[in-house]
Design a protein around this ligand. Structure first.
Ligand code: TA6
Length: 308
């Protein structure tokens, strides 16, 4: 059965097994994919089993934090444009130039709900899993177990953990490719990366030094390397700061497609670059993760909103 022809019974069985009254509920989302809704006194979030993909996050008393294109396509084989795509096991174009999908296969795979709970402190947690299959093995000849854990508390915590369940080492890169909702691109600046080096993906991958806060006047596509810094996204239009903390991540990717690239993307509105940007918690570029047999690695991002 294709997930996109979701029968009501799948959501019914997910609610029976993992639903928690008033905190976690599954229903058919866009494209027919099962969508988990997480609620607590601190806010709400939603997670699609397609891609293990967080689609929304709204803290109580705040505007939505995540951005999703009005032109997003919800169909098997296509990544959803917005929210927090799970980029794995490679960041960017196919590193072997074999014609495999850009940004890997995790974001276009159907993940399995593994567990749900409301912790004693009121945090609401949902965990999804992905492991090798005939489909993944044709793209990447390794056995693995990946999990996405989404925790709704006074912040949104998303963790990607990977275990090498095979008998030989493998390398990977990846990201939690978060799209943020902003009032207007001219109203925002990103702080925390003032002293970092970055790979400029728009200038022959040249390595450059950041000077001061990051603001946007043109297409921007940078992999800040060897940085464990927390980023502050200051939005003077919404009078808020979005804080992006991270663990297990040595890279941060900053992206805004600006005018021309927006026009080239079929699932991106021509003017949508004006109210979004990406701050991606990653291990990308030269920051490669090597997992030996039985090895495990975790990458996590913690997103919180603060009035100014
Ligand atoms: O986040 C940076 C980036 O690698 C950009 O180069 C741009 O391609 C973006 O990811 C989106 O990639 P996608 O495959 O989702 O269109």
């Amino acid at each position: 059965m294709s997930v996109s022809t979701l029968s009501p019974s799948l959501c019914d069985s997910l609610n029976d097994s993992f639903g928690i009254d008033q905190f976690i509920h599954f229903e058919e989302g866009p494209g027919g994919f099962a969508l988990a809704h997480l609620h607590s006194e601190h806010g709400s979030a939603s997670v699609s089993i397609y891609g293990g993909h967080v689609l929304s996050y709204q803290p109580t008393g705040h505007e939505p934090v995540l951005w999703v294109s009005e032109h997003a396509q919800y169909k098997t084989g296509k990544a959803i444009r917005g929210g927090i795509p799970v980029i794995w096991p490679w960041f960017g174009p196919d590193p072997l130039s074999l014609g495999r999908p850009s940004h890997g296969f995790a974001r276009t795979s159907t993940w399995e709900v593994k567990s749900s709970q409301v912790r004693d402190n009121g945090d609401v947690e949902l965990t999804l899993g992905l492991q090798e299959s005939d489909a993944t093995l044709t793209l990447w000849h390794h056995s693995f177990r990946a999990e996405i854990s989404v925790v709704l508390s006074t912040a949104l915590n998303v963790e990607l953990s990977v275990i090498n369940t095979g008998d030989h080492p493998f390398d990977y890169t990846g990201a939690l490719h978060t799209y943020f909702n902003v009032s207007a691109i001219e109203n925002v600046s990103i702080h925390g990366l003032e002293d970092a080096s970055y790979i400029d993906q728009l200038d022959d991958m040249r390595i450059k030094e950041q000077a001061g806060a990051i603001t946007f006047k043109e297409e921007t596509d940078r992999i800040y390397i060897d940085s464990r810094a927390t980023c502050q996204l200051i939005d003077s239009g919404l009078n808020r700061e979005i804080r992006v903390e991270k663990a297990g991540s040595k890279s941060t990717v900053i992206w805004n497609p600006w005018i021309d690239k927006s026009k080239r993307m079929s699932d991106f509105g021509d003017d949508e670059w004006k109210t979004m940007l990406c701050i991606e918690t990653a291990n990308a570029g030269t920051d490669v993760i090597t997992l030996n047999r039985g090895g495990q690695y975790m990458l996590s991002t913690r997103i919180s909103a603060h009035h100014r």
